[in-house]
Design a protein around this ligand. Structure first.
Ligand code: ATP
Ligand code: MG
Length: 662
């Protein structure tokens, strides 16, 4: 019944089409990875515009990472829509604040804080707390969590007590650091990232005229990856809506990966409670990945505990079969990275494009080994940290150097002017060996390449024009990219896809991250992160891990618990029988599968069989002991421990095992 551009909805399946063509009003799409949620919302935007319901300029689409926002813009452009805004929550708020600030505060907006740590350190010093890096990091993330959760310094102690938060210091002291941090920041007239959202919300909530103007301008809101919304972002969204209901949300509760930062899938899962008349659509066909990848993804998330109702959809693969996922174990990280680089080279030689390949890791520190291995193999890769490209100090220095140079009307041509300006801020002819220096160099080179691009595409490209282009990109948080293999953290990879994905460093302590051990909620979040990683691959998926960090170092790492049950039985890695670690003192447990003595590796607090690849994590053993009324620290559990995944699952769910062991 809707009139729309012919063919606009052709590329959608019936459920996707129903969501895309639903009338104006609340729409919610709940579905797994790769089912076309992002595709559906971009088509919905296109459809609403084509059908004349809204103009492109009245649409505001938001998501959580810069890359995902970039991806949305690319897809919208593919549908012929340039004017719709697709931004991160932060970029949208920043833009709005810049526009409204002069009117409500009467000055230009405050600058963004570029070194949060320094301020937290000052605040901690005032409160006489330790300024060790680790403590500061914990305090900084606690402040971030509080702001994202709309918890003020005054409320913090009570909230921390009520929710039994694991606070980095006594709650009253954390609250005081938080208060001091806010005070120092305000008196220096600086804003942190969360302030962008807080201030924008406050402006809209408190200034009627501004809110009216805003709501007149924006009429249609779309949120991708809605499972990761924080209370603060939800409040901003509500301020945007101002009681209206023209809101489309899509998400997958199994991909909630920011709950440590205050995000919750609840607004997604309870969308119809708020909008009872909402159109709700579920999708389960996976268009992204081969059936092999889909089946692995289903296994990974099927093992998750405590999944909320509404998140238990199973993905059904739609694509033709492809290669089997590869599993591989290496002696150390360098060997693992070198092997990944070799495999990337093979794929490239086989006709793959570098930009269709990604190496994904848990923490940014892992990037270095891969940067080095790819550099040695002569393979180009993307500058890491694209998110904050324009916040980098060398980039800001470069921009001011360019600005100064652009004041000289008799300057040389652009490909030369840019190079000579950037030489002043550290762009050398040859790249430095690696590490932070190489990263800075890459960032500067990306600017040069952007200038080359502009010079090639525009006849009268000059320096002022280039500076304007950079300013525009900075405002849109649209960093320049180098063509190459993507190196990214799993968090930054959300919503994206590549033909070939390397999930690396799948060892205990890294994936799941060490501090998640023993905390079930944290382990489940790590599992979802792993699921996000697996579901990024269209065809080739490689999963690897290494036994030691340094070449010839102690082999004190173990493969990730998430891999058990995934590795095919006949794979060499499934049969490893290396003895590793030493029998834990006082332990009488034996593996019922093969009778081998249980070993305990202190670093990862895991019990493991010395002969077969069975494992049991300490959390489960603790539970077992509790049920048996055992008080002893000794693991006297040989009578009923069968270390198979099926048994572990049965134990976790407190039901009898198949062989009646419990
Ligand atoms: P994620 O949860 O990872 O964000 P998603 O649900 O947003 O995934 P999309 O990225 O929109 O999924 O789609 C995954 C891939 O499948 C994309 O390459 C998309 O173009 C393709 N796709 C989606 N729907 C269809 C369809 N009906 N026909 C063909 N291809 C499709
Ligand atoms: Mg998506």
């Amino acid at each position: 019944s809707e009139k729309s551009r012919p063919g606009l909805l052709d590329g959608l399946d019936p459920e996707q089409r129903a969501a895309a063509s639903a009338p104006r009003g609340p729409v919610c799409v709940l579905a797994g990875a790769g089912t076309g949620k992002t595709r559906t919302i971009t088509h919905r935007i296109a459809h609403l515009i084509a059908a004349g319901h809204v103009s492109a300029g009245q649409v505001l689409a938001v998501t959580f990472t810069t890359r995902a926002a970039g991806e949305m813009r690319t897809r919208l452009r593919g549908l012929g829509i340039d004017a719709a805004q697709a931004l991160t929550f932060h970029a949208a708020a920043r833009r709005q604040l810049r526009y409204f600030w002069p009117r409500v505060v009467g000055d230009r907006p405050w600058d963004l804080l570029d070194n949060k740590f320094r301020l937290v350190a000052q605040a901690a010093t005032r409160v006489r707390l330790s300024t060790e890096t680790e403590v500061l990091r914990d305090l900084a993330s606690e402040i971030e969590w509080s702001k994202a959760s709309l918890v003020s310094p005054e409320d913090y102690p009570a909230v921390a007590a009520r929710t039994q938060r694991d606070t980095p210091a006594p709650a009253a002291q954390v609250a005081e650091v938080y208060r001091q941090y806010e005070e120092i920041k305000t008196s220096a007239q600086l804003l942190d990232f969360d302030d962008l959202l807080l201030h924008t919300t406050a402006v809209l909530e408190e200034h009627e005229a501004v809110a009216t103007e805003f709501r007149d301008r924006y009429r249609c809101f779309v949120v991708d990856e809605y499972q990761d919304v924080t209370p603060l972002q939800q409040r901003l969204l509500d301020a945007w809506l101002g009681g209206r209901d023209d809101l489309t949300v899509v998400g997958d509760a199994n991909q909630t990966i920011y709950s440590f930062g205050g995000a919750s899938p609840r607004p997604l899962l309870e969308f119809t409670r708020r909008f009872p008349e909402a159109t709700v659509i579920r999708l389960e066909r996976d268009y992204r990945s081969t059936p092999q990848v889909v089946s692995l993804a289903n296994q990974v998330i099927g093992a998750a505990r405590g999944r909320p109702a509404g998140s238990r959809l199973k993905l059904v693969g739609q694509r033709a079969p492809g290669p089997e996922p590869r599993f591989a174990e290496y002696e150390d990280e360098a060997a693992e990275a070198a092997a990944a680089a070799r495999r990337v080279r093979e794929l490239l030689d086989g006709g793959a494009t570098a930009s269709e390949i990604a190496v994904l890791f848990r923490i940014n520190a892992q990037s270095e080994a891969y940067e080095q291995a790819l550099t040695e193999a002569g393979i180009p890769y993307l500058v890491r940290g694209g998110e904050r490209f324009f916040a980098r100090s060398e980039v800001r220095q470069a921009m001011s150097a360019l600005r100064v140079a652009s004041g000289d009307p008799t300057g040389p041509d652009l490909v030369t002017a840019v190079r000579s300006a950037l030489a002043k801020v550290g762009l050398t002819e040859q790249p430095p060996a690696g590490g932070a220096a190489k990263e800075r160099w890459d960032a500067l080179l990306a600017i040069v390449e952007l200038a080359e691009e502009l010079a090639a595409s525009v006849a009268e490209a000059d320096l002022p024009r280039f500076v304007a282009e950079l300013d525009q990109r900075a405002a849109a948080q649209h960093p320049p990219t180098v063509e190459g293999v993507t190196l990214a953290s799993l968090h930054a990879a959300k919503g994206l896809e590549w033909d070939a994905v390397f999930l690396v460093g799948l060892s205990e302590g890294t994936m799941p991250i060490l501090h998640a051990d023993g905390d079930e909620a944290a382990i489940e979040e790590e599992r979802r992160l792993f699921y996000v990683g697996v579901t990024r691959a269209r065809e080739h998926l490689s999963l690897s891990w290494s036994l030691s960090r340094t070449p010839g170092g102690r082999r004190n790492r173990r493969r990730s618990r998430f891999l058990y049950g995934l590795i095919p039985e006949d794979h060499p890695a499934a049969r490893i029988a290396r003895s590793q670690g030493k029998p834990a003192a006082g332990v009488t447990a034996r593996c019922r599968l093969c009778g081998g003595p249980l070993l305990e590796t202190m670093e990862v607090k895991l019990g493991r069989c010395s002969r077969c690849p069975s494992t049991v994590d300490e959390g489960l053993l603790e539970k077992l002991k509790a049920w048996r009324g055992e008080r002893s620290r000794e693991l006297k559990v040989p009578a009923f421990v069968v270390f198979t995944d099926a048994t572990l699952m049965a134990i976790a769910e407190q039901r009898p095992t198949d062989d009646g062991a419990l």
